[in-house]
Design a protein. Structure first.
Length: 433
């Protein structure tokens, strides 16, 4: 179980963000069809480090605000705060609906080379570069650099956040992503990397939540070189009420050289689809690429490409984030149409006790060091069909359970292609001329 212990150690050894200034919200009902209502627009406000600028000209000799916080304080709800290039050593608290634009607003943070940036670096441990404490706040076009807290902190009393087109690097973590789900929040088009600053709590995570997050879309980001996890969904047990994650979609991201790409606990209705995840080479701490733990339900892992995960490509367990067993607490997992190659252990690795906990179909699991598809002795009443597993180091298909299912196992295997299986008959060798 080294893949679980290492992930948890990376979180627990640094504290679990309990000390961050984020209030714990009451339960809120997520509306997945509801768009944030735009507040009445206010006049634009401009910020320049030298205290002189206009909205249209950062070189103008007109007095203006020299700190982002002063511009935010002066702006009316619904206004746009435009921030000129420069370095701003602030922890900016935003407590009203605003659009805050850096010098690179609208320029994709995944691919741009830093130049003429509005740079925010948080000097306060655990506070964050931007601390968002209202609905419908947009942070667009910044470099959030070398802060002593998260690059952006969002609050689970609110929602409708947009964090986009930013470069987020060198912080304790990239985005501390809590929300109540009244409106959808979006994290997109960001370059998030190397957020491993040990000065604050829970370093080494690209996107992290532990106070409850609902109705959150994480899409089209590059998340790389995080020493704990690319995206981690988790819940601090002392946070009350226990919300967990609900309705989170992690889609079309590129994740590279993260110790774990995605780790999921305390979650319901989470979808991870169409992401590309790779390590080059396998040289990290031995964690699975995608890890699903307990309690969790209705988790869909679809159409992802996972290359050279350090331990298993996808692992499903009944352990909680502290390593405690919760037998039967992981349910409703669907693993479908994923491509997993070169994992340090199994391609697909299932140890979940609830009947029918994990359905595996249409996956390709090739050239992994362990088994291509592995179901442990506690699994039962699961369906494994239409998968291809070839070239794996132990067996292409292995099931250690016993019962009245396929080949004396407790599960149903059908239409799977593979050259080796234990017991025989789980996978069938492909016909060749």
């Amino acid at each position: 179980m080294r893949h679980l212990r290492t992930v948890v150690a990376g979180v627990l050894a640094t504290g679990l963000m309990i000390g961050l200034p984020v209030a714990v919200a009451g339960s809120a009902s997520a509306d997945f069809t509801k768009s944030p209502p735009p507040p009445p627009p206010g006049p634009s406000v401009v910020v320049d480090k030298d205290g002189f600028a206009t909205v249209s000209n950062c070189g103008a000799a007109v007095a203006t605000f020299s700190t982002i916080q002063a511009g935010v304080n002066a702006a009316a709800s619904g206004a746009t705060v435009k921030v000129c290039p420069g370095t701003y050593p602030e922890s900016v608290i935003v407590n009203k609906p605003l659009t805050i634009q850096g010098a690179q607003v609208g320029v994709d943070g995944r691919t741009r080379v830093p130049s003429s940036e509005s740079i925010v670096t948080s000097p306060t441990v655990d506070a964050g570069g931007f601390i968002l404490a209202a609905d419908n706040i947009t942070i667009d076009g910044f470099e959030l650099l070398n802060g002593s807290g998260p690059g952006v902190t969002t609050n689970n009393d609110h929602s409708g956040y947009k964090v986009q087109n930013n470069i987020i690097t060198g912080n304790v973590m990239g985005v501390y992503a809590n929300s109540n789900g009244t409106y959808q929040s979006v994290i997109q088009l960001n370059g998030i990397h190397d957020n491993n600053n040990g000065a604050g709590s829970a370093p080494g995570n690209g996107i992290y939540e532990d106070q409850g997050t609902r109705n959150l879309l994480i899409q089209n980001n590059v998340i790389s070189n995080e020493t704990n996890t690319g995206v981690l969904l988790f819940q601090v047990p002392t946070a009350a009420p226990k919300l967990g994650a609900f309705g989170v979609t992690i889609s079309t991201n590129t994740m590279q050289n993260d110790i774990t790409f995605v780790a999921i606990w305390d979650s319901t209705n989470v979808t991870v689809n169409n992401n590309t995840m790779s390590n080059s080479p396998i040289n990290l701490a031995g964690n699975s690429g995608i890890f699903i733990g307990a309690p969790s339900s209705n988790t869909q892992i679809n159409s992802n490409t996972i290359f050279q995960a350090d331990f298993s490509g996808i692992a499903v367990r009944d352990n909680d984030a502290y390593g405690n067993p919760q037998p039967g607490a992981t349910t409703g997992v669907i693993l479908q149409n994923n491509t997993i190659t070169g994992a340090g252990n199994h391609g697909i690795d299932v140890t979940a006790q609830a009947p029918g906990a994990v359905r595996t179909s249409g996956n390709q699991s090739k050239n992994n060091a362990g088994n291509g598809i592995f179901y442990s002795s506690v699994t039962n009443n699961n369906t494994i069909n239409g998968n291809t597993a070839t070239g794996n180091g132990v067996f292409d298909c292995q099931d250690l359970s016993h019962g009245s299912g396929t080949s004396g196992t407790a599960n149903s295997w059908s239409s799977n292609t593979g050259n080796t299986s234990s017991p025989a008959g789980l996978c069938v060798r492909a016909f060749t001329k």
